[in-house]
Design a protein around this ligand. Sequence first.
Ligand SMILES: [Zn+2]
Length: 372
Amino acid sequence: MASYEQYLQRQDNINSIVSCLRLLGDMTRRELCDRLKLSWGCVSELSSLLIHSEMLLEKKSNGGDRGRTPLLLTLNPKKRVLGTDINTMGISCCLCDMYGKVIKEQRFDTDFSDKSGLLKSTTGAVLETLGSDLAECVGIGIAMQGICSDGHLWNFPTEGGSFAVATSELEGLFQIPTVVEHDPNCILLGVTDKNENETTVMVRLDNSIGMAVYANNGFLKPGDMELAHIVVKENGRKCSCGHYGCLQTVSSISGITEASGQPFDKLAASAQTDRAAKRYFEDAGKYLGMALGNFCNLISADRIMLCGEMAGYKSLFAESLKQAFESTALYPKRTRIVYSDITNAAYGAAKLSLINYFFKQSEEKPNVNAIS
Ligand SMILES: [Zn+2]
């Protein structure tokens, strides 16, 4: 029987074969051997396994050379992966084929008041999006908002505080291999080019603040980038984490809404002319700029990408953010700050489950850093 290490090695090879066919197109077994520097025996055994599980199909190549024409291996076009983004604004689902092409996207407005509501809504959203493709779905990726303690427990923020959901509870919802990841990492995965060699910091601003860092071809310590809970204000407002004066209390939509006591849209509209209303946005920019400047003093970033619903209001806070960043970061010119309207964590989650195909059969999930 293969040892655990040998199994992991096989798993990497399986993922390499699937990724290779996904990114470079159909290939013969021999071409896969050459491209992946794997032995004939290995490619032959693993491709049989993948054909048996209907992940791969064999098809005739068009090359009409003499003798036996080698068969091409191709990904089964009927198979699907589904990405789900769960955050306080609702649930978004994104159904993709094995090449990462989006087949269907669907959004569900949901009210998460407790754990059972969240689990129930997630099941409903996933099943509705999958529809008749349920039997063909080979993987589900879940992008999760909230603080992840120890990589197993997600503290999901709500208006009245927060509740905890375990990774295993989310994984156990479906009879399909499921991977759960911090939502900023999923967004970043959705937009990161595989040849990217810049250090990119992605910050998602909406009811919470999420952060992901991509450096040296991998995510930095996935799940631990809690920029939202950097304390920026002494004696500030109480945060959902229990501390006071966290960045989330001043620079997120929920923080601004709570501090001002006004609906966010209304406040943003009056901030165009009203100084007092604009002050909330300028403070949001100032504290965020300071936090990012401090971060760049620890880890030099080439690019900071700001996205999320609040990025749509950048005209109200971008200038104060820039000023605070420049007076905090030691080398502000090294870093470009850009705004993006990409918030598609669901697509990144689908991609994550695509890349980690078969991960569920091991006792431990592969490190996200292995993604390339
Ligand atoms: Zn906090």
